[in-house]
Design a protein around this ligand. Structure first.
Ligand code: PMP
Ligand code: GLU
Length: 397
């Protein structure tokens, strides 16, 4: 019998982090690997944010903070929600956490009872399913197609809701598909959920500022659904602050109170220094992030153009985030030397071992026909990476 709990033995490792670990190990052995597996901006954190952190240390912001986060930061987030998203969350409804990952875990663990169902559209971000499992909830996935830009329909959502449904979790812009839901599409989904009084929406908006199609829309903006939504966001993506570990949520107060209680037992709150840095970022005009967004859009176009020269793959045009999730299923059944490709995981291993490029297989996101390419790196590296992918793929016969 395992000495470990069934909770941890049943938990899968994060595939994005596992692939990154593997490519770091290979790099340490001297292999020239291009790692496109972790979704993280290659930009440095803006200087004014770094300066704020240095000042925070000098000014002795080194003690425990309130569990929910410094009041000044929560006030600034409240203003940001109004400014960017037309959302009214008071500081008391906002909880700052150690990354959006923890905001999601707090909300799921606070709301989901064993056996309750959580609807998750495919492709999903890797950690949703495992977090639901930790809460002993039951993930119910909804399939989508590349031809409909990996988006679910209101009819599909309605059909999936049962008396056991407690929540739906999705991201817009989406990791890994880059899909962005429009205001009308969000309203149509909200109109379904409102018919079921016990169903909540967790809206993961961490890629808000990396949106190539215009204004970001939040599902909580519709008054009729506001009380049923948990809006998650954070500093990692838009401000290139992955290592600072600051995320936050806005929610009905009874839910944020629960998250406060949860993290009071788990972490006592996020880092004081990182919170002071986040304060400056949240207060800044979002225009300071537009340069990074524009660079991502240029890279998307570059990579899409190059990928489309590889025979047999199918792409769509992602509208946000920094990933391309493309269909490689026409390669299933093909071989080269001792590699035979039966699924997306075989292909990502083959590309790593034989092509020296680390991508993440689609099965980690619920869609085994696809593979995820993160273009959050320099154009030179991207050009070289696609060249390697192409060379490796055309060898498969
Ligand atoms: N949601 C999505 C969709 C993500 O891609 C990430 C990135 N890891 C997160 C949440 C968590 O972000 P973080 O914990 O770095 O704030
Ligand atoms: N969100 C990123 C990704 O999907 C970071 C890794 C992670 O937290 O899973 O690659």
């Amino acid at each position: 019998m395992s000495k470990l709990s069934s909770r941890i033995t049943n938990l899968s490792e994060s595939q994005t982090l596992a692939m990154t670990k593997k490519s770091r190990e290979l790099q340490a052995q001297g292999r020239d690997i291009i790692n496109l597996s972790i979704g993280e901006p290659d930009f440095d954190t803006p200087l004014f944010v770094k300066e704020a952190a240095k000042l925070a240390i000098d000014n002795n912001y080194t003690h425990y903070t309130p569990v929910a986060g410094y009041l000044d930061l929560r006030k600034a987030i409240s203003t940001k929600f109004k400014r960017d998203n037309n959302l009214n969350y008071t500081p008391e409804q906002i909880i700052v956490s150690t990354g959006a990952k923890q905001s999601i875990a707090n909300a799921v663990l606070s709301l989901i009872n064993p056996g309750e169902e959580v609807i998750v559209p495919i492709p999903y971000w890797v950690s949703y399913i495992e977090t639901i499992k930790l809460a002993e909830g039951v993930p119910v996935t909804l399939s989508t197609t590349i031809d409909s830009n990996f988006k679910i329909t209101p009819e599909q959502l309605k059909k999936a809701i049962t008396p056991k449904t407690k929540m739906i979790i999705f991201s817009t812009p989406c990791n890994p598909s880059g899909s962005v839901y429009s205001k009308a599409e969000l309203k149509a989904l909200a109109e379904v959920v409102i018919q079921f009084p016990d169903v909540y929406i967790l809206s993961d908006e961490i890629y808000e500022y990396i949106n190539f199609v215009g204004k970001h829309e939040s599902i909580a903006q519709f008054d009729f659904i506001y009380d049923r939504v948990i809006t998650v966001n954070g500093m990692s993506k838009g401000f290139a602050m992955t290592g600072w570990r600051i995320g936050y949520l806005g929610a009905p107060k009874w839910i944020s109170d629960a998250c406060d209680k949860m993290q009071g037992q788990f972490t006592s709150g996020a880092s004081s220094i990182a919170q002071m840095a986040a304060l400056e970022a949240v207060k800044a005009n979002p225009e300071v992030t537009f340069g990074m967004r524009d660079a991502f859009r240029k890279r998307r176009d570059l990579v899409l153009g190059l990928l489309n020269e590889i025979p047999g793959i199918k792409t769509n045009v992602p509208e946000g985030a920094f990933y391309i999730f493309f269909d490689i299923s026409s390669y299933f059944g093909k071989s080269f030397e001792n590699y035979t490709i039966k699924n997306s995981s075989d292909l990502s291993m083959y590309l790593l071992e034989s092509g020296n490029v680390a991508l993440v297989s689609g099965d980690a996101f619920g869609d085994d026909n696809c593979i995820r390419f993160s273009y959050a790196t320099s154009e030179d590296k991207l050009i070289e990476a696609v060249k390697r992918v192409k060379e490796a793929m055309v060898k498969l016969k």
